[in-house]
Design a protein around this ligand. Sequence first.
Ligand SMILES: [Zn+2]
Length: 116
Amino acid sequence: MSETTIVWKKCKKCRKLQHPDHLRCIQCKNTTFDTVKSSGDCKLLTYTILNAPPSEYRDKKSYTIGVVEYSNGLKAIGQIISSENLKIGMKLTSKFQKLTENLDGKEIFGITFKPT
Ligand SMILES: [Zn+2]
């Protein structure tokens, strides 16, 4: 699996990072941004395993959500593909991909992480 670069918008006025994209800064309502990209692998900061997932994940008995930090300091939250042998500080690769379908059949996308 190849690495995916995640792009954040950084407000030119207050420097708040935001992902996913918004037309206006979620902190100061400014409308001009710089872009900041994730770099390389990321490390796992914390995670939790949901054993009663919402109906969109009806085909799974559980799923795992994690918070990671990239080598340039950016942090992101997303779904970890595996829930076994996870350790705080371990290296992960990230990818933006389809997560599931909602109850109307619409595809839901997000960031996923996978142990290297
Ligand atoms: Zn701002």
